[in-house]
Design a protein around this ligand. Sequence first.
Ligand code: ADP
Ligand code: MG
Length: 386
Amino acid sequence: MKTPSIPPRAGLRIPSLPRDRRSAKRHLWVPRRPPLSPFPVLSLCFGRLTILSFVKGPKGPLHFFLLLGLLLANPSCSGQTQPFKETRFMMGTLVDVVVYAGKETAPGAAGQAFERILQVEAAAHPSEEGSPLFQVRQGKGARLGGDLARILETAMHVSRAASGAFDPTLGEVVHLWGFGRDDPHLPAPKEIQQALDGTGYKRVPVGQCCPEKLDIWFDLGGVAKGYAVDAAVSVFQEAGVKAGIVNAGGDLRTFGVRPGRGYWKIGVQDPENPQELAGVLEVKEAAVATSGDYQRYFEEGGIRYHHILDPATGYPAHTGLRGTTVIASDCATADALATAVFVLGPEKGLDLLEKWDGAEGVLITEDGKILTTSGIGEEGIRFEER
Ligand code: ADP
Ligand code: MG
C-alpha cells in the first residue's frame, strides 16, 4: 500500500462533503419508563449492550453486529427527559433510533426515518436488476443521481485520500467471498485474481459517473450504512426534532444536545471479546462508525477470514488492527474512513485521520493496544479506556 496522498487544503486538513437533507412525519410510541438512580444505569446499559451485541447468522456466530451507541439507546440513560425509542431490523443489522421530542412528533418522524433508510438501502444495492448500479455493472451505462451520486461522492473522496485502501469497485471480489450471504467461503486464488482484474478506484471517472462501456461492479457496503444514518438524521431534523441518535449496528450519528447531560456516551467494543467494552467515547454532535475483523467472518481450515478486504490483494486485510472507530461530522464519511483506516493499518491510518478535517479515531491493534488521534480528549470528544 502506498502512502496516502492527501489533496492540498488550507493548511493540511481534508474538507468534509455537504450532506443530504429531507423532510418527515409519523409512527409507534414507547411508554415512559420509571426513572432509575444513577448507579444502576451503567450496569443496566451494559446489560443491554451484551444482549444486543451480536446476531447469530444461520451457520453460527458469523454476524457480529451492533456495538456502539447502546449505552444511550436505553431510556434509563436519558437524564431528565424520556426519549422516544424504536428499533427495526434493516440493512442487515438492528437500527435503533432514540429521539427527544413530543409524542405528536417523534413516532411519525421515526417512521419516516426508517422509510428513508429503506430507500437508501434499495438505491445502494448492487444486484437489483434494472437498477442503475446493475446497469453500470453490465457495462450498459447509467446516470447515478440522488442518493447514489452522494454515496459515491463520499466513497471516492475517501478512496482517493486513502490511495485506494477504501475501494468501492470491489463488488466482484466481495461477491466471490460471499460475505453478507449464507455461504461465505475461501475462493481459489485464480478466482480472486480474475475478480480483482475488473476493480480499481482509478477506473471511476472524476465527475459524473458512469458512461456506457464502463463495467464497474460497485459495492457500497462500506459507506451506504453511514449514509443511511445521515439521511435518517436529516429526516428528524427536518421534522423539528431537537436531539437524538440514529444507530445502525454501530454506525451512528448523534444530533442536538443530549438533555440533562450534553455528551452522548458510546461504548467501543473490545475486538478480542466483543461482548465487552474496550472503552467509552463521549461525544457532542458527531457521527461514529466502527470497522472490525470480528464483525463478519468465517473460519476455514482453522483460519479466520473477515469481510474487510485489502484491494491490493483481494484477501482480508491484515495490517495490525482489529478495530477502528472513527468520529466525523457525517456518518457516511466516518463509515468509509473506518474501513479505509482498517486497511491502511495503524501508522498510515492515524496519518490519514490527523489530516482529515474534523475526523478523529480510536484504533485497537492486534496486540490490544489502543491508539487515539490527537483531537481525542479535546473539547467535544472524550475517550476513557476500560
Ligand atoms: P460493516 O458493513 O460491518 O459496518 P464496514 O463498514 O467496514 O463494515 O464495511 C465492510 C463492507 O465494505 C464489506 O462487507 C464489503 O461490502 C465492503 N468492503 C470490504 N472491503 C472494502 C474496502 N477495502 N473498501 C471498500 N469497501 C470494502
Ligand atoms: Mg465502513
